[in-house]
Design a protein. Structure first.
Length: 150
């Protein structure tokens, strides 16, 4: 599968919003995605196919040495091809030496995502009871700690 990781731009927003609707019970709006483009704390990556199609995207908010992976999604037909892993590895690479840790929430039933996060060094840090609705479910809080900042 050929793709490249690029910063999210205004042109990606309609496709990312469609991915949000396809993947999440409470999808982010195009308006919110535009707001993230203008935030100094947000870092949005897009996995883009050769024809400009958005295959996946990931968002990171970094504040005061802490990194929060907000959302990560890959279009169903492009899953299990290393795209999510590549985006997470890019956030890990960017965070090393700059952040104390990266953290994220994941549905407790999302075994494929949990397995990926564990392979990349994320560890279970806690559980948020009934964090998700539609359907109701706990979130696992997973964190990757870095050795130190530069």
């Amino acid at each position: 599968m050929e793709y490249r990781l690029v910063p999210m731009t205004e042109a990606h927003i309609p496709q990312i919003a469609a991915l949000e609707r396809a993947n999440f019970s409470r999808p982010w709006s195009e308006s919110l995605l535009r707001d993230l483009l203008g935030s100094q704390h947000s870092h949005m990556l897009t996995a883009e196919g050769p024809d400009g199609t958005v295959l996946g995207y990931a968002g990171l908010t970094a504040v005061a040495g802490e990194g929060y992976i907000d959302n990560i999604a890959v279009a169903e037909q492009y899953r299990r091809q290393g795209i999510a892993r590549a985006m997470l590895e890019e956030f890990i690479r960017r965070g090393q030496g700059k952040l104390d840790f990266l953290t994220l929430e994941v549905r407790a039933s999302n075994a494929p995502a949990i397995a990926l996060y564990e392979k990349l060094g994320f560890e279970l840090a806690g559980r948020r009871r009934r964090y998700y609705d539609d359907p109701p479910e706990d979130a696992l809080l997973m964190t990757l700690e870095f050795d130190g900042k530069e």
